[in-house]
Ligand binder design. Structure first.
Ligand code: CS2
Length: 496
């Protein structure tokens, strides 16, 4: 087979197939946004919203130069894939209506932070940068997930406090760049957190304030006064890249694209409209929703979508299901999921203005069932220690406070304990990826075989469960009962 050319600017001149191309002058685009944590999600979400604004308005009239410069805080792979393509990549939508593909033009380059941290700090501090956005995943904030406070003992935070000009963490980079602006008497950039965390903007503002205060109180005060951290709710299902995606991108473009993203049709972005001098792309043109208070939307999404995702991930993985779609094709799981939503989550969840939450869950069920989106249960099961608090434990807390049962939620927590134990139902090892994987595994191993002891060991992680749930006998009893059922009957039968 002939070797295909590498995807690159040549494709912008035109393409014979049904492939959408940028409609604006890419050569005129300047980077007004620096994005930390350039993974598949942001390339299928924030970059596409911005691309749609540029397509609708053109570069000059978009009210600023809203090209995006991405940064990887850990590995060079995204840069290595995207640099030979000058940042261009294929975004492929898989939905009931079939496949739609487009070439995305507004990612202008990728910096690799560990190779040259000072270069990233300088780029963020440059006056041209008006927004620094982030998707660094939950664990990237170096915080305590139960309290939302910075962990000064975190290895990256300790490093960044000692090496403020050459940081490693997202918080360290933000502090370094904002400090340069502050020292120069310039206005700050806006910080746009796009991770699935509760009150994500406010949480990050608190982390940055805590970090800065360890250095200099007047800098910390300036951050609190001058830097906007709008909260956001982001939503789109975007599985990690697979070999099949590469083959599909080749067939669609006639080029070798090393960095395609496959995503579902649905997307949502709710943003608090609080930016330095109001400067931001007009994302509403692309369907983003600006609001004064994101909290009800974020609650809805974290608890109904992400909570359900984690439930399907742990229980589905244990039952031998590879993807969320496969799990949803199993009627025992869809019945469980509906029960979880209707009986346990929805009764303690106030709807955002104008939203019908039952309809929202029905739409979610259809999105999860999309067979053309192969989202692995293993991928979602990752980093459970950082995800459970905002996805499930808030609901648990509110139900316990009202004296309501938590049977299904407890089963999910029990499945997470089982998963964290590192051995599946067929005795095979599980590749557990979680910043607390080792201490969790050690605590479970030390607890031995007794279900009550194992559950007690897991719930003893107050960074996850807080002091309150760690000490709650009703919760421990429910999780232990569920854990016993998982052991005796297996995950699938335990759903009944
Ligand atoms: C998922 C999310 O990986 C996970 O934990 O629950 O990435 C989810 O797909 C997105 O939040 C959907 O918006």
């Amino acid at each position: 087979m002939a070797r295909l050319p590498r995807l690159g600017p040549a494709i912008l001149a035109g393409h014979p197939g049904p492939l959408a191309l940028p409609r604006y002058d890419r050569a005129a685009l300047r980077p007004g946004i620096v994005h930390l944590g350039l993974g598949a999600f942001f390339r299928a979400h924030g970059v596409l919203y911005t691309e749609d604004v540029l397509n609708a308005q053109g570069v000059a009239s978009a009210g600023g130069d809203w090209g995006i410069l991405g940064a990887s805080l850990q590995r060079p792979d995204q840069r290595d894939r995207l640099a030979p393509q000058r940042g261009l990549y294929t975004a492929i939508e898989h939905g009931a209506g079939g496949v739609k593909a487009r070439i995305v033009g507004n990612l202008l380059g990728v910096l690799v932070a560990p190779e040259d941290p000072a270069a990233l700090v300088a780029r963020m501090a440059a006056a041209e940068t008006r927004i620094v956005s982030l998707t660094v995943t939950e664990k990237g904030y170096c915080h305590d997930p139960a309290t939302g406070r910075l962990r000064p003992d975190h290895a990256d935070i300790r490093h960044d406090l000692e090496n403020p000009a050459a940081p490693r963490s997202a918080v360290g980079f933000l502090a370094a760049a904002l400090r340069l602006r502050w020292q120069a008497g310039q206005k700050p950039f806006s910080v746009l957190c796009c991770d699935n965390l509760p009150h994500n903007g406010r949480l990050l503002a608190g982390l940055l304030h805590d970090f800065a205060a360890l250095h200099d109180d007047s800098f910390a005060t300036w951050i609190a006064r001058a830097v906007p951290f709008p909260c956001t709710m982001v939503d789109r299902i975007v599985p990690a890249q697979t070999a099949a995606d590469l083959a599909e991108a080749e067939a669609l473009t006639g080029c070798h694209d090393a960095a395609p993203v496959v995503h579902e049709p649905f997307r949502q972005w709710v943003i608090e409209d609080h930016f330095v001098d109001g400067e931001r792309p007009d994302w509403a043109l692309a369907g983003a929703q600006f609001t004064a208070d994101v909290a009800p939307f974020e609650h809805m999404k974290l608890r109904l979508l992400n909570g359900a995702h984690s439930a399907l991930a742990y229980l589905g993985y244990l039952a031998g299901h590879e993807t969320i779609g496969d799990t949803m094709a199993d009627p025992a799981f869809t019945a469980f999921l509906r029960g979880l939503w209707r009986e346990e989550i929805l009764p303690v969840l106030p709807p955002p203005p104008g939203m019908d939450l039952l309809a929202y869950t029905e739409a979610l069920a259809a999105r999860f069932a999309n067979p053309a989106i192969r989202h692995r249960t293993w991928q979602i099961a990752m980093d459970g220690s950082q995800k459970l608090p905002q996805r499930l434990l808030g609901t648990v807390r509110e139900r316990l406070a009202q004296g309501l049962p938590v049977e299904r939620l407890a089963l999910v927590v029990a499945a997470w304990v089982r998963y964290a134990g590192g051995v599946d139902e067929r005795g095979q090892p599980i590749d557990v990826r979680d910043p607390l994987a080792q201490p969790l595994r050690a605590a479970l191993d030390a607890a031995g075989e007794d279900p009550a002891a194992r559950v007690r060991a897991a719930l003893g992680f107050t960074a996850i469960f807080g002091e309150d749930l760690a000490a709650d006998a009703r919760f421990a009893g429910a999780v232990t009962g569920a854990y016993r059922r998982l052991l005796s009957a297996g995950a699938r039968a335990a759903l009944a």
